[in-house]
Design a protein around this ligand. Structure first.
Ligand code: DGJ
Length: 739
């Protein structure tokens, strides 16, 4: 059994040979933390890894106690994980373990997204029950260990079992005490058009945090943090990740105290948060996923990719091959009508692309971003036959049809706003800030969720719609719940998120065969919470191939390639004005959910030929790109950032595609070999450049040689014309030829 309980030491040990998580009940009844990370043998006591009791932080010099549920005012003095205000105004807690149970599998979290198991045998969950008798507070801490993953999923349920009202002011999903602070903290940060760049810095005394107070996880920081030992690389070294399955306000923080221990915590941002628990009420906290690697950051990413792809993403599209799409946005923006769209779709089908997505502008009277959000009624001026006729004409071309929506928003210039101005988030008596000329609907109100379910369902039932891009283009200002009493305003943001999740749940349950993609001005809500409903997300509005190298590299730290929408767009690029070769744009977008974002009618004949070849290459390798293992080889953030390389390897290690990118051409290129990873050392591979315009053909190379000596990538290959000039990409197709 992966959950071991040793009554002698009152020790819990969650173990599966890939990770160990050890806790013990201290003498005072508190839950102490002993170890998280490298797998340890079962059947042993690890009590010596920590003090047997908590007696206040400063009294046991040199022995800061590892705690699972640190609270404020206890003498611990480090950042707390739980602060609950009691009827007398105090927040002191004395939470003692009163019981524990081991559950088969993994129970769901009420109203929240979470990882799951298909069969109970895949995991075991330890539930530890703690109680503070004076406050009447019960805390059930949940720890799931999966059979074969270096991962522990954590969450908690708070319950008021007393007679007075409790107010939860801080409630972290996970707190992790580390015995030393010789770590670097890695965060994924950026902004619009350059989301999720990795930043690493040594842990220093004091606190360091990232978070969001925007009502969404945001473009600026991702709900994730990682610590890695100095000099950890992709393939060697120790790293611990904490990832939060949540899409709203979050805090991810590290603290180093004077004696050099470190504490990490992740959860809902406490700033402005206050949740009232009346007697009998419960609050479930979002799930945090801890992953550990002793073999570099690459293995940490493998753990997240596999878990999130197989046991967070749900529904038929988890495993179904996903289509190559063409999205209309950068091609025509708001400027279209039925006939133009059908012409575009015809050109799309002619290129071998499988699904045509009509982006923003099809509803109300939306000729620009200044109106109509909320009016989910087709604009008959542009589409006289409605969506039904358009989808019909698109499907007649042998391809599928997809549609853009932005349900959470309302334009002040809309019928919905005229009918229900009170549904827009606002503080009564104060002004409303418009961003992109729009306001946010209060999804904390059940009637708003009901209305949106009906309105969007009506649209989705009105035509043959196979794909939905669900956008969200502004963050929340003037936060206030119009139906919440004053003492519950601190619940506003979380209630908004619960409403958003409820709407996603209802629509994805009602339309299981529709492939949903989430989007938030690009990657403004690219988080595990939404992956539980939409298996893919629009990674960034920045479609430039060079920019995408960094965005996709950083995103891949946590998120699988199958979750990252990546499209080839026209040049000059609409975000940065750069002109990159079509081949390079394709070679970058292959390593994402592949598609196009341009007007296909404007392609030259030669470009059309190239696009057809790209689509053929991708669809022939679809299983590899969508379900294979992604291996980062050369970082666009290292050295002078002029190069990047990565690869996909099939799970049976018989196929791989390797990509090497160079931003600027350099005179006298270095002779260079790219060391691959993840191949079978005993297998011989045929390595063929793609495209192989000069018909050079492949060469046979042994897996061990490709990994220990490398694949020659320089000097560039003039006969092929590949690899010469600026913004170049070289692709290599690897196929096992024998054992
Ligand atoms: C922002 C998205 O990120 C874009 O891809 C596009 O859908 C626009 N919104 C449409 O308004």
């Amino acid at each position: 059994m992966p959950v071991e309980w040793r009554p002698e030491e009152r020790q819990f040990h969650l173990h599966n040979g890939r990770i160990s998580y050890v806790m013990r009940v201290l003498a005072n009844g508190w839950l102490g933390h002993l170890h998280a990370g490298a797998p340890l043998a079962a059947g042993r006591s690890y009590a010596h890894l920590g003090p047997t009791d908590f007696q206040g932080f400063s009294q046991r010099v040199g022995e800061p106690v590892g705690l699972e549920l640190p609270t404020a005012g206890s003498g611990d003095f480090r950042i707390p994980s739980l602060v609950v205000e009691q009827p007398d105004g105090s927040s002191l807690l004395d939470l003692r373990c009163v019981d524990h149970r081991v559950l088969p599998g993994k129970p769901p979290l009420a109203g929240l997204p979470s990882t799951y198991v298909v069969r109970d045998e895949e995991a075991e969950t330890l539930e530890v029950e703690l109680r503070d008798e004076i406050a009447g507070l019960e805390v059930r801490l949940l720890y799931t260990i999966f059979g074969d993953r270096p991962v522990i999923a954590r969450s908690a349920v708070l319950a008021n079992r007393g007679e007075g009202r409790l107010v939860v002011r801080t409630a972290m999903s996970a707190s992790l005490d580390l015995p030393d602070s010789r770590w670097e903290l890695v965060q994924l940060s950026g902004t619009w058009s350059r989301e999720r760049y990795p930043h690493a810095a040594p842990l220093l005394p004091g606190r360091r945090s990232v978070g969001s107070l925007r009502g969404a996880s945001g473009l600026e920081h991702n709900p994730f943090l990682m610590v890695q030992r100095p000099r950890t690389s992709e393939a060697a070294g120790e790293a611990i990740g904490l990832s939060l399955v949540y899409s709203g306000n979050f805090l991810a923080e590290a603290e180093v105290e004077p004696r050099g221990t470190a504490r990490l915590r992740i959860g809902i941002h406490p700033e402005g948060f206050a949740w009232t628990l009346e007697p009998g009420a419960e609050l479930a906290l979002p799930e945090a996923v801890l992953a550990w690697s002793g073999e570099g950051v690459g293995a940490l990413s493998d753990a997240y990719h596999d878990l999130y792809r197989r046991r967070l993403v749900r529904g038929p599209w988890r495993d179904r091959p996903r289509p190559v799409v063409l999205n209309s946005w950068e091609g025509v923006y708001f400027d279209f009508d039925h006939d133009r769209l059908v012409e575009m779709a015809r050109a799309t089908a002619d290129l071998g692309i499988e699904l045509f997505v009509l982006d923003d502008g099809w509803f109300g009277e939306r000729d620009s971003d200044t109106s109509s959000l909320g009016d989910w009624v087709v604009d008959r001026r542009k589409l006289p036959g409605g969506l039904r006729a358009l989808a019909h004409d698109v499907e007649a071309l042998g391809i599928r049809f997809g549609l853009w929506i932005e349900p959470e928003m309302v334009s002040p210039r809309s019928r919905l706003f005229d009918a229900h101005p009170e549904w827009a988030i606002q503080v009564p008596g104060r002004g409303r800030t418009e961003i992109r000329h729009q306001l946010v609907l209060d999804l904390g109100r059940p009637e708003v969720v009901d209305h949106l379910e009906a309105a969007i369902s009506g649209v989705l039932e009105s035509a043959a719609i196979s794909y939905v891009k669900w956008d969200m283009n502004r963050n929340i200002t003037e936060p206030f719940g119009g139906t919440l009493p004053p003492e519950r305003q601190g619940e506003f943001f979380h209630r908004y998120m619960l409403g958003v999740y409820e709407l996603w749940r209802r629509l994805t349950t009602r339309f299981p065969d529709i492939l949903f993609e989430s989007c938030a001005s690009g990657g403004g809500r690219f988080d595990p919470g939404l992956l539980a409903y939409a298996p893919q997300a629009w990674t960034s509005d920045d479609t430039d191939a060079v920019e995408r190298l960094r965005i996709q590299w950083g995103t891949s730290l946590v998120y699988p390639v199958s979750s990252m929408g990546a499209h080839v767009s026209a040049v000059p690029n609409h975000q940065v004005g750069r002109i990159t070769p079509l081949a390079t744009r394709g070679a970058v977008a292959f390593f994402g959910q592949f598609g196009y974002e341009l007007d296909p009618r404007r392609l030259t004949e030669a470009e059309g030929v190239e696009v057809r070849a790209q689509v053929r290459f991708y669809t022939e390798h679809r299983a590899l790109f969508q379900q294979g293992r992604f291996v980062r080889l050369r970082s666009p953030f290292e050295d002078d950032g002029n190069e990047a390389a990565w690869m996909m390897v099939s799970n049976d290690r018989r196929r791989a595609v390797v990509a090497h990118y160079r931003v600027l051409g350099r005179p006298v290129p270095r002779y260079d070999r790219l060391r691959l990873r993840g191949l079978d050392p005993l297998t011989t591979y045929r390595v063929t450049p793609w495209p192989d315009a000069a018909g050079i053909g492949g060469v046979a190379r042994a897996g061990d040689e490709l990994m220990s000596v490398g694949l020659g990538i320089e000097p560039a290959d003039p006969p092929n014309g590949v690899g010469v000039g600026d913004f170049t990409a070289r692709l290599f197709d690897l196929e096992a030829t024998g054992g």
